[in-house]
Write a protein that binds this ligand. Structure first.
Ligand code: NIG
Ligand code: FE
Length: 399
């Protein structure tokens, strides 16, 4: 029989399961318990509830009144890359605007890198994220833009996560600068054939300077025909058709959602949670842009996720705690809402019900904070609070 472990003396436990006995109704969807305990058996949570009611187990860990949360679910990153864009960042911070064109710099460096280098980079950032509480990471291709380079990016990404996204339509490849239609034909044809076996999702950067609504639709529908589910880089830099297209095609997520009309907000709300609005505050932070209005989305009843968008151009952070802090400070979210969006919201954006919650049957992906409550993630910005992380029931990091 699998050994069971009791994690007890949890000062405050975020479960994201408000139906759990003992959950504070005032905490709403966060399903907060105080003086709580969790039982882990194998890779799963076997029980969660008030410490006083915990069942007998083989082992016990006393966490001394600290906060336990589901591991963060980072549902949007671009980790298969090489090279460096420090100079571009520095130029931006002295006034130059961000544009999609910077992606070309990373494409050139990524094509020149070896498989081993790329794999080491993905591994390094997945590990960096783990040390900050992240237990599930989605990551994308998009810096190869040839059939060979996109397929290899996804093959390498799959060594590190099952949540892989085909983003051949990140920008038009430099070789097709004069023939965007030819590039869309490649992305929806031969390149898709090579990439689909290594991907779960299909994505497109629907934006001025990248792909317009018709091109984005063609890319997403071709992906759907190959069994991939859409997610969309939508309305990041300008108003555009991305969000509406995402909802119309049943995308799991519309990502960025920075420039929204009322009709965009209505469309997301009308999806009934099927299309999550994934907000990426690292991108606005690092491009010195206006933040998305999370309050407006939440008040309209939209399901919101927070993610890092970790990439070398627009958002070079792997830190979900940083995103939580910014979302609370500058995007109108309460600490409860931001933590919920960074855990449960991310799981919804990946259509996963085994992660993002701490309840019987969930994967035992847990993070312990060196703090008495999850609110400290926003209250103590920039402070490394991650004290221990369990992934699939195994202690994966301890400070
Ligand atoms: O999500 N928006 C498109 N892609 C990335 C940026 C990639 C880059 O600048 O290298 C993003 O922000
Ligand atoms: Fe992105």
């Amino acid at each position: 029989m699998t050994a069971s472990t009791l994690i007890t003396h949890i000062g405050s436990l975020v479960t994201n399961d408000p139906s759990l006995p003992g959950a504070d109704p005032a905490s709403g969807p966060l399903g907060l318990l105080r003086d709580a305990a969790v039982v882990v058996e194998g890779d799963r949570v076997a029980w969660a509830g008030p410490a006083a009611g915990a069942p007998a187990t083989d082992n016990a860990v006393d966490v001394g009144g600290r906060a336990l949360l589901p591991g963060f679910v980072d549902s949007h990153s671009h980790l298969v890359f090489a090279g460096d864009r420090t100079a571009e960042f520095a130029a931006r911070m002295s006034g130059r605007p961000y544009s999609a064109g910077g992606i070309r710099t990373t494409v050139a460096a990524t094509r020149a890198a070896s498989d081993d280098e790329l794999s080491a980079t993905v591994g390094r950032f997945v590990a960096e994220a783990l040390r900050q509480g992240t237990t599930t990471v989605e990551t994308k291709s998009g810096y190869g833009l040839t059939t060979r380079d996109e397929a290899r990016a996804l093959r390498i990404a799959r060594e590190h996560t099952q949540e892989t996204t085909y983003l051949g339509a990140h920008i038009v490849a430099p070789e097709f600068a004069d023939d965007p239609a030819g590039y869309v034909a490649l992305v929806t044809g031969e390149m898709l054939d090579a990439c689909a076996p290594h991907a779960r999702w299909v994505d497109v950067f629907c934006e001025q300077g990248a792909f317009d609504g018709d091109q984005a639709r063609a890319v997403l529908q071709a992906g759907q025909a190959r069994g991939l589910t859409p997610r969309v880089h939508a309305n990041q830099l300008t108003h555009g058709p991305g969000v509406q297209l995402a909802v119309e095609l049943g995308a799991a997520s519309a990502d960025h959602c920075t420039h929204l009309t009322d009709a965009d907000v209505d469309a997301l709300a009308g999806s009934g949670g099927a299309t999550v609005a994934t907000l990426l505050p690292g991108a606005e932070f690092s491009t010195r842009a206006v933040y998305p209005d999370a309050r407006r989305l939440l008040d309209a009843g939209v399901t919101v996720a927070l993610s890092t968008d970790c990439n070398p151009g627009s958002s070079f952070t792997s830190s979900m705690p940083f995103c939580v802090a910014v979302a609370v400070r500058d995007m109108g979210m309460t600490p409860d809402e931001a933590v919920h969006a960074a855990t449960y919201g991310g799981a919804r954006a990946l259509r996963r019900d085994d992660v993002g919650t701490i309840t019987a049957g969930a994967r035992a992906d847990l993070q312990l904070l060196d703090a008495p409550s999850h609110v400290h993630l926003a209250y103590r910005p920039g402070v490394p609070l991650t004290s221990a992380v369990w992934r699939g029931g195994k202690l994966a990091y301890r400070r």
